[in-house]
Write a protein that binds this ligand. Structure first.
Ligand SMILES: Cc1cc2nc3c(=O)[nH]c(=O)nc-3n(C[C@H](O)[C@H](O)[C@H](O)COP(=O)(O)O)c2cc1C
Length: 183
């Protein structure tokens, strides 16, 4: 099984990107995760969305297509989805209802510095994924509040509770993605 991790933050020291990498370490044997970078995507422009697309867009589409499931880890920006992530989803969402996102199982992690842990971006993303026909793992939302307290000085995830929850979430995700792809 191949999972694709997409971070909603392009910040060099992003907590969300680090959580994606921590999640990759929880995967059982036979499951791998690669990572997609939203930083080099142009702003969505329907004029550029032709048979031949910008190379960075082609790469994104290929990596989603080749994956069995997606793991999104994202901050909340102004109570919603960061522009870079929404832009990537917009590129991946065409043609409508028949895109690489249609039917692609996805899970969402949100980590933020606030006490609500990105609860609102989770809801907004679920709404967007209903427009792209992307099923979201039927689990309680995985939130990481006060994320700045969960890492050490070296940028390693050290909070035992978050690590335990992440591990369980990844085991559940792998089982669910397996079931979705067997259908
Ligand atoms: C433009 C901007 C808007 C933000 N808005 C929110 C917000 O609405 N809710 C929230 O919990 N945190 C918000 N934050 C704080 C982020 O949770 C925090 O910067 C987080 O570390 C970003 O994730 P990253 O480390 O993966 O880049 C905002 C940060 C920025 C830069």
């Amino acid at each position: 099984m191949k999972l694709l991790g997409i971070s909603g933050s392009i910040r060099k020291e992003s907590y969300n990107t680090r959580i994606l990498h921590a999640a990759a370490k929880c995967l059982p044997e036979g499951v791998t995760m690669s990572f997609s970078d939203c930083a080099d995507l142009p702003l969505y422009n329907n004029d550029l969305d032709q048979d031949i697309k910008p190379e960075s867009v082609e790469r994104l589409l290929r990596s989603i297509k080749d994956s069995d499931g997606l793991l999104i880890a994202t901050p909340e920006y102004n109570y919603s989805i960061p522009g870079v992530l929404k832009n990537a989803i917009d590129w991946a969402s065409r043609p409508g209802y028949k895109s690489v996102l249609a039917g692609k199982p996805a899970a969402i992690v949100s980590a933020s510095k606030s006490v609500v842990g990105g609860a609102r971006v989770q809801l907004h993303l679920r709404d967007v994924f209903s427009s792209t026909l992307t099923p979201v793992v039927p689990s309680p939302p995985f939130l990481v509040p006060l994320v700045q307290e969960k890492f050490n000085q070296q940028g390693e995830l050290v909070d035992a509770d978050t690590m335990r929850r992440l591990d369980r979430y990844m085991q559940d995700l792998v089982k669910w993605v397996g079931r979705m792809n067997d259908r």
